[in-house]
Design a binder for this molecule. Sequence first.
Ligand code: ZN
Length: 215
Amino acid sequence: MTQQAEQQQAGREAESPDVFLDDVTDAEAREQAARERGTVRPITVVGNPVLHRECRDVTEFDDGLRKLVDDMFASQRAAEGVGLAANQIGVDLKVFVYDCPDDDGARHVGAVCNPVLEELPADRRQLDDGNEGCLSVPGAYMSLARPDFAVVSGRDLDGNPVRVQGTGYFARCLQHETDHLHGRLYIDRLSKRERKDVMQQMAENTPRYETVPND
Ligand code: ZN
């Protein structure tokens, strides 16, 4: 068996676990520890190529990945975000972090590598048309209909399969961050007119955090 075939085999065996990740227990302490280890990095904004193409899969679950995730938690906190994808600090890797409340006000904190959104059963496909914003589109918000329940499967920082489920704002966050790693911003889901409105809002506001200038 070639190395590539082995990897493909490993991929097939990586079936989603039946149990969902507990990302609520010790959420506050875990977020604080991660961001205190990390370094705040500037945020890339719409127009930066790293945001507009699919990121590479995480294949090395090593100390470098943990350092990246710590920096992402630090950057997310500094920019007052509820979710952050690696390409938002200029890193071309499929990993996102989150610190986000759900429908019941429970705080979820975690990181997912190589996320894939699962298809929802028809009875869970209820749309919510709440407001959405993005640290990479600073100062702008727009209503966007998305399912109010989401399940993401992927890998944890040790490379083990994980599944994360979310309701309400957290469901929106899981979908938004998974989109990022596939090169898609929420403004790509808006009508032409709405997108123009958002870009106008962005032009009129100065970000309250450091951003990476576009060439
Ligand atoms: Zn975003």
